[in-house]
Design a protein around this ligand. Structure first.
Ligand code: IMP
Length: 423
């Protein structure tokens, strides 16, 4: 397998973790290049369920090397908890398997506090963040007031900074009538995490380049999705990183010229968590999927908003990311339906749009133009070969591929690694 970027084509939660896990077999180095522990990648391996937030899912495979790149924001205490949680499930994580960039930025307790305060302050226009402090960490980075992971090597400097910033933050929290943070306990926890993580730190850009020189194959594990991208998404209802394919390069220090393939991942329908426009949102489809026990967030447990497949979104996502192929997941979520709607255009005040508007206020006023396709009304979960797909399910996939002018490489028909059909 050539160097490959996996990217979400919708609003995240497309099932990228499972696709990455599936493709890891043919990769040597698995890289996370943006986002933080706002992500939640669920992987079911050998009947066991793993939920990963920051560590690339390649960690579940022996002999693979994982990298957390410079574009990531990293909460040291949560990362240590994640490493320990994996150890409890029998997956040991050593500095030989996981390398963390010295240039990644630290999410510290005040970032979470600020995230919460900003959300409260926005009232009905809140973003619906995961509350993990992601926006405030990237804001510090862009303001050039952030702390990089290299600070984990300097406990004295780190302790002084923690004290100062926590006191400042507590004054803000007090003024807002919010509970304050216990400074001693917090400092101890962060410093303990710093000591634990120090051996994992390295210049990951140089490491990755040495791997490329030796002909080792890279797999970039995108987090979130195209419409949460800070530039291309439903701004301001987005996350604070570049979730699109270009973010994999800036967030790892790998040149675009070293990338061979981009695979987009989309669900066979659409979901989003948090606030913001969602043209094809449909309450009856949401109810049906929730009733089936599907579509609850891996990070926050929130019920996801659900709607029909939206080709307007996928078309623009294809432009921005340049998909060589699309992996369609959760096709089995539509198994029981008689009729399936697919949105082929938006109507904005009588004007037909083939791609989404730039302004969120326009986006919120768009209504969907649907084409209806017949459902297949049979369970797909036990299929083992793409050739076994019922003709109507095949026609549904062909409809998507022909609209976008791309091929479909994988089809997900259930949560486990084995329930992935290769086209
Ligand atoms: P933040 O990244 O926590 O700041 O949240 C900003 C927006 O991105 C909110 O709508 C979140 O629900 C959404 N978001 C962040 N991470 C994920 C994810 O991994 N899957 C789906 N939505 C996400």
């Amino acid at each position: 397998m050539a160097n490959t970027i996996i990217v979400g084509a919708q609003w995240g939660d497309e099932g990228k973790g499972k696709v990455v896990d599936f493709l890891t077999e043919q990769a040597d180095v698995i890289v996370r290049a943006q986002g933080g522990n706002n992500a939640g990648h669920t992987v079911i391996s050998d009947g066991r369920k793993f939920v990963l937030h920051l560590i690339p899912s390649g960690i579940l495979w022996p002999g693979k090397s994982c990298v957390i790149g410079n574009g990531v924001v990293l909460d040291p205490v949560s990362l240590v908890e994640e490493i320990r949680g994996l150890a409890d499930q029998g997956i040991a994580v050593s500095p030989d398997q996981l390398r963390i960039s010295e240039r990644a930025h630290l999410t510290l307790p005040w970032h979470r506090g600020l995230d919460r305060l900003r959300e409260t302050g926005l009232g009905s226009r809140r973003i619906g963040t995961t509350g993990r402090g992601i926006g405030p960490t990237y804001a510090d980075k862009a303001q050039r007031t952030g702390l990089r992971t290299s600070a984990l090597r300097q406990p004295v400097r780190l302790a002084a900074l923690l004290n100062e910033r926590l006191q400042e933050n507590n004054r803000l929290l007090e003024a807002a009538g919010e509970p304050t943070i216990d400074i001693d306990t917090t400092c101890r926890a962060v410093l303990a995490a710093a000591a634990f993580l120090e051996p994992f730190l390295t210049d990951t850009t140089v490491y990755i380049h040495r791997q490329i020189e030796q002909g080792r194959r890279l797999l970039f594990e995108g987090a979130q999705g195209t419409y949460l991208d800070i530039d291309h998404g439903t701004y301001p209802f987005v996350t604070s990183s570049n979730t699109t394919a270009g973010g994999a390069c800036t967030g790892s220090g790998v040149s675009p010229r070293r990338i061979d393939r981009v695979i987009g991942v989309c669900k066979a329908y659409t979901t989003r968590v948090g606030e913001g426009p969602f043209v094809t949102e449909d309450d009856s489809l949401s109810d049906r999927l929730h009733h089936m026990g599907r579509e609850f967030g891996a990070t926050t447990g929130r019920a996801r908003r659900c709607g029909w497949l939206d080709l307007v979104l996928l078309r623009y996502a294809h432009m921005v990311n340049g998909f060589d192929a699309l992996a369609v997941t959760n096709l089995d979520g539509l198994d029981e339906l008689d009729r399936i709607q697919v949105c082929t255009a938006y109507d904005l005040d009588g004007v037909r749009l083939e791609t989404p508007p730039s302004e969120v206020e326009d986006w919120e006023r768009c209504t969907p133009c649907y084409e209806e396709l017949p459902g297949w009304r049979t369970s797909l979960s036990d299929l083992t070969d793409i050739k076994q797909l019922p003709p109507r399910a095949r026609a549904y996939l062909d409809f998507i591929a022909s609209d976008l002018g791309t091929t479909i490489s994988h089809v997900g028909i259930g949560p486990s690694r084995e329930q992935t059909l290769v086209c």
